[in-house]
Ligand binder design. Structure first.
Ligand SMILES: *[C@@H]1O[C@H](CO)[C@@H](O)[C@H](O)[C@H]1NC(C)=O
Ligand SMILES: *[C@@H]1O[C@H](CO)[C@@H](O)[C@H](O)[C@H]1NC(C)=O
Ligand SMILES: *[C@@H]1O[C@H](CO)[C@@H](O)[C@H](O)[C@H]1NC(C)=O
Ligand SMILES: *[C@@H]1O[C@H](CO)[C@@H](O)[C@H](O)[C@H]1NC(C)=O
Ligand SMILES: *[C@@H]1O[C@H](CO)[C@@H](O)[C@H](O)[C@H]1NC(C)=O
Ligand SMILES: *[C@@H]1O[C@H](CO)[C@@H](O)[C@H](O)[C@H]1NC(C)=O
Ligand SMILES: *[C@@H]1O[C@H](CO)[C@@H](O)[C@H](O)[C@H]1NC(C)=O
Ligand SMILES: *[C@@H]1O[C@H](CO)[C@@H](O)[C@H](O)[C@H]1NC(C)=O
Ligand SMILES: *[C@@H]1O[C@H](CO)[C@@H](O)[C@H](O)[C@H]1NC(C)=O
Length: 447
C-alpha cells in the first residue's frame, strides 16, 4: 500500500520552517556557557518545491512565517531521497556518515543499525539529554518507522518526551500512529482521522499541557502534500486546474541521468534580488547544528557535518564572503536484484517502473555532486558511478535549467580541482566537511 519513494523527481526540497518563539529566561547548567534556551518549532513538510510553485497556495504560511522571517534561496538537500534526507536533518550528517542510503530497511531506513548507532545522537536527543528541553514530535518520521523487524511502533527513539509518529510512509486516512509507543489506529472519518488535522490538534494539545518550567522543542512533520494527495474535503476542488510550470526543461526526456539532475534548481537570480533574500548556501545537514546553536549548545562537541546558519538568521554582522562555498550531494540509485515484473526486458537493477517503464536505475544512476554557490560561481559538478564514470557540469548562472553539460568545455584545471574536492567531501567527517571549496576566497587568493 505504501509508496516507497518520497520525492518525485521534480519535487525534492523538503520545506522547512523554523520559528524561534518566546525566549525562556531560565539559565542552563547543561549547555556550554549560555543562558539562552528559547522554545523552538520545526515544521517539516514533504514535496514543496519552490521551483514548481509548491509554496504558492500556502498564502497564510507565507504571510505568518515566511514574510516575518528569512528565506534561503540557495538551500539544498544532501540527498534527493526521502529517508536519507530525513536522516540528514536529524543527525546533521551527510549520507556516507549516517549510512541511510535508501528508503528500505536494508538501506538502513529506521533499521536496527540506525537505531543503535545514529538515533541516540540526533539533535533532538542532544536537546533533551543535555539541554533540558521537553521535546515533541508529531507526524511522518522515517519511511520504515514501525517496521516489525525493527521494533514496531513500540520503538520510541531516544530524544523525544512526547512521540506521535506515523507508521511507515505517507497516508491521510486508514493509518496507524505510535502514540508514545502505543498503537493508535485511524479510519477514514474526516473530523476524527484526517492526518494533517490530527497532527495540528495534537500539537496544540501539547502546547497546552507542556510544562512552563522547561523550554520546548516541537517538530511537526506532515506528509502533506506528498502522494496519495488526499485533500481535505473543503479543498478538494481548489487546485483542479493547476499544472506544473512549463519551464524550458519541462518534459525533456533524453538520458535519465540528465533528468535526474534538475533537482537542485532554485529560484532565478532576478526573482531572488527582487525578494532580497539570503543567498548563502545552506543545506539540510545544517538544521541540526543551527537548532543546537539556537539552544546555546556548542556544536563543535558533536560529530555533525553541517554548520550553524544562526548568524545569518539573526542578521548580525555576518561576512558572507567567508561563508562556506560548497556542499556535497550523494545519491544511491534504487534498484532491485530481480527484473521488475512490469518491465522484464530491462533486466535487474531497476525499480519504480510502473506505469511507463521509466524507472529508477541502480546501475546508471548512483552519483555524487559538489554544489558550489558563491557570488561569482554557481556550479553543479557531478560524477556518476556507472561504467563510463560520466561527468556532468552545469553553469547554473548561464544555464539555470541545466540543459548544457559543460564537462568537455570547462577549464580542465577547474575540472580536476572539482574532482579532487568531490573525493575529499565523499570521505569527510565533521570539521573536514567544512574545509574550503574550490571557489572559496581562502583558496582563490592563494593560487
Ligand atoms: C547500515 O548501517 C551500518 C551501521 O552504521 C553499516 O555498518 C552498514 O554498512 C549500513 N548499511 C548500508 C547498506 O549502508
Ligand atoms: C479506508 O478504509 C475503508 C475500509 O477498508 C475503505 O472503505 C476506504 O476506502 C479507505 N479510505 C481511504 C481513503 O483509504
Ligand atoms: C481537530 O479539532 C477541532 C476543534 O476541536 C475539531 O473540530 C476537529 O474535528 C479535530 N480534527 C481531528 C481530525 O481530530
Ligand atoms: C473544479 O472545481 C470547480 C469548483 O468546485 C468545479 O466547478 C469544476 O467542475 C471542477 N473542475 C474539474 C475539472 O474537476
Ligand atoms: C568551533 O570551532 C571553530 C573552528 O575550529 C571555532 O572557530 C569556533 O570558535 C568554535 N566554537 C566554539 C563555540 O567553540
Ligand atoms: C570578508 O572576508 C573576506 C575574506 O575573508 C575579506 O577579504 C573581507 O575584507 C571581509 N570583509 C569585511 C567587510 O570584513
Ligand atoms: C537499498 O539498499 C540496500 C543495501 O544496499 C539494497 O540491498 C536494496 O536493494 C536497496 N533498495 C532499493 C530499492 O534500491
Ligand atoms: C545502463 O547503462 C548501460 C551502459 O551505459 C546500458 O547498457 C544499460 O541499458 C543502462 N541500463 C538502463 C536500465 O538504462
Ligand atoms: C558561468 O556563466 C557566467 C555567465 O555567463 C560566466 O560569467 C562564468 O564565467 C561562467 N562560469 C564558468 C565556470 O564557466
Amino acid at each position: 500500500m505504501t509508496h516507497s519513494r518520497c520525492f518525485s523527481r521534480k519535487m525534492l526540497l523538503n520545506s522547512v520552517l523554523i520559528c524561534v518563539t518566546l525566549c525562556s529566561d531560565l539559565s542552563c547548567g547543561f549547555f556550554a556557557a549560555s543562558s539562552r534556551r528559547p522554545n523552538i518549532v520545526l515544521i517539516l513538510t514533504d514535496d514543496l518545491d519552490v521551483a514548481i510553485g509548491g509554496l504558492t497556495p500556502l498564502s497564510k504560511t507565507r504571510r505568518l512565517i515566511g514574510d516575518a522571517g528569512i528565506s534561503f534561496t540557495n538551500a539544498f538537500v544532501a540527498s534527493p531521497l526521502c529517508c536519507p534526507s530525513r536522516a540528514s536533518i536529524l543527525t546533521g550528517k551527510y549520507p556516507h556518515n549516517h549510512h541511510v542510503i535508501n528508503n528500505t530497511l536494508e538501506g538502513n531506513c529506521s533499521s536496527r543499525s540506525w537505531q543503535k548507532s545514529e538515533e541516540p545522537h540526533t539533535f533532538p536527543a542532544l536537546l533533551k539529554t543535555y539541554g533540558g528541553y521537553q521535546t515533541f514530535f508529531a507526524g511522518k518520521y522515517l519511511n520504515q518507522y514501525g517496521h516489525s523487524d525493527a521494533g514496531g511502533v513500540e520503538h520510541v527513539p531516544p530524544g523525544w518526551s512526547y512521540w506521535v509518529a506515523l507508521e511507515k510512509n505517507s497516508r491521510y486516512y486508514n493509518y496507524t500512529l505510535s502514540v508514545n509507543g502505543r498503537t493508535q489506529k485511524h479510519g477514514a472519518d474526516y473530523s476524527r482521522d484526517y492526518l494533517t488535522d490530527v497532527l495540528a490538534n495534537m500539537s496544540l494539545e501539547f502546547l497546552q499541557y507542556k510544562s512552563n518550567y522547561q523550554p520546548f522543542f516541537m517538530m511537526v512533520s506532515t506528509p502533506a502534500p506528498h502522494s496519495p494527495w488526499t485533500a481535505a474535503p473543503q479543498y478538494q476542488d481548489r487546485f483542479n486546474t493547476t499544472k506544473a510550470p512549463r519551464d524550458p526543461n519541462f518534459n525533456i526526456h533524453g538520458k535519465s541521468k540528465r533528468e535526474e539532475m534538475k533537482v537542485w534548481r532554485t529560484v532565478s537570480s532576478s526573482e531572488r534580488d527582487r525578494m532580497g533574500l539570503s543567498l548563502m548556501l545552506v543545506a539540510n545537514v545544517d538544521l541540526g547544528p543551527t537548532i543546537l546553536d539556537i539552544a546555546g549548545f556548542n556544536v563543535n562537541k558533536t560529530q555533525m557535518d553541517g554548520v550553524s546558519f544562526l548568524s545569518a538568521m539573526v542578521r548580525t554582522s555576518m561576512n558572507s564572503s567567508s561563508w562556506r562555498t560548497d556542499i556535497l550531494v550523494e545519491y544511491e540509485g534504487e534498484g532491485r536484484s530481480v527484473p521488475d515484473p512490469s518491465c522484464p526486458l530491462l533486466g535487474p537493477g531497476v525499480s519504480e517502473c510502473f506505469p511507463d517503464c521509466v524507472c529508477e536505475d541502480s546501475y546508471n544512476n548512483t552519483y555524487a555532486c559538489v554544489r558550489t554557490v558563491t557570488p561569482f560561481a554557481n556550479l553543479q559538478y557531478c560524477e556518476f558511478d556507472d561504467n563510463e564514470v560520466f561527468v556532468e557540469v552545469y553553469n547554473v548562472t548561464a544555464d539555470p535549467y541545466q540543459l548544457t553539460n559543460i564537462a568537455k568545455t570547462i577549464d580542465q584545471e577547474v575540472l580536476e580541482k572539482m574532482n579532487h574536492r568531490l573525493m575529499v567531501l565523499q570521505s569527510c567527517s565533521g570539521p573536514s566537511c567544512r574545509t574550503p571549496g574550490v571557489y572559496d576566497a581562502r583558496c582563490v587568493t592563494e593560487s
